[in-house]
Design a protein around this ligand. Structure first.
Ligand SMILES: [Zn+2]
Length: 219
């Protein structure tokens, strides 16, 4: 099944330009590995970016050159073949962009509980950026305590699915939240839900356990 919640072009453009911080790049690359639609968008953006570089010169861009760039926006893009179905032992078989960050598998990460139904494990990055990267595990039928955000939060589902008021998010789907979103994701009953998450500021718990949980996420 293909993802239904995607990355907008802004995220893909930053990634293509090498302007995205490392944790964001890992999340974008992992989504691209799982999403044929965004791979097609990415290739289209790369082609446009290349064309723009070709016409970028001290000489004023001629109308013909500009037309040729604009015309490429409508070029048909070959749709790459769909990714093979993840093996049954997924997510021990993580998408390639993630593997270096989880070298010894998910079980070897140091997990911290978030209430009864969820746990997080921070992933180490080579570079220092305001963005932090973590794995989120929501137990089957469990939930992440209600929280809001002080900055951006990007969540990519790797296995299983969860529901919040924004919709249902399954494998490969990306959810993007900011400080206007207050939510309590609940995992499907059938299996644990594993996600890669990227945050640029600590999230803030707003429910009954918030005073206990908030210090946990300051890092
Ligand atoms: Zn996508």
């Amino acid at each position: 099944m293909k993802p239904t919640h995607h990355l907008s072009d802004e995220w893909l453009i930053d990634y293509a330009a090498g302007a995205a911080p490392e944790p964001v790049s890992v999340l974008v690359a992992t989504h691209l590995a799982l999403c044929p639609d965004c791979r097609a968008s990415y290739r289209r953006l790369e082609a446009i970016g290349g064309a723009l570089l070709e016409v970028a010169s001290p000489v004023a861009v001629g109308a013909a050159a500009r037309e040729s760039v604009l015309a490429r926006l409508d070029d048909p893009v070959p749709i790459p073949a769909a990714m093979p179905t993840p093996p049954a032992n997924f997510p021990s078989q993580l998408p390639r962009p993630l593997r270096d960050y989880v070298p010894n598998g998910l079980a070897a990460l140091s997990w911290q509980r978030l209430g009864r139904g969820a746990a997080i494990a921070w992933l180490r990055c080579a570079s220092t950026t305001p963005y932090k990267m973590l794995m989120l595990r929501i137990a089957a039928g469990g939930s992440v305590p209600r929280h809001t955000h002080r900055g951006n939060e990007l969540v990519l589902v790797l296995q299983g699915a969860y529901v919040d008021h924004l919709g249902r998010f399954g494998p490969g789907d990306v959810a993007i939240a900011d400080d206007s979103i207050d939510h309590r994701p609940i995992a499907d009953k059938g299996e644990d839900c594993f996600c890669l998450a990227v945050v640029d500021a600590p999230i803030r718990f707003t429910g009954v356990f918030s005073r206990l949980l908030n210090p946990l996420l300051r890092r």
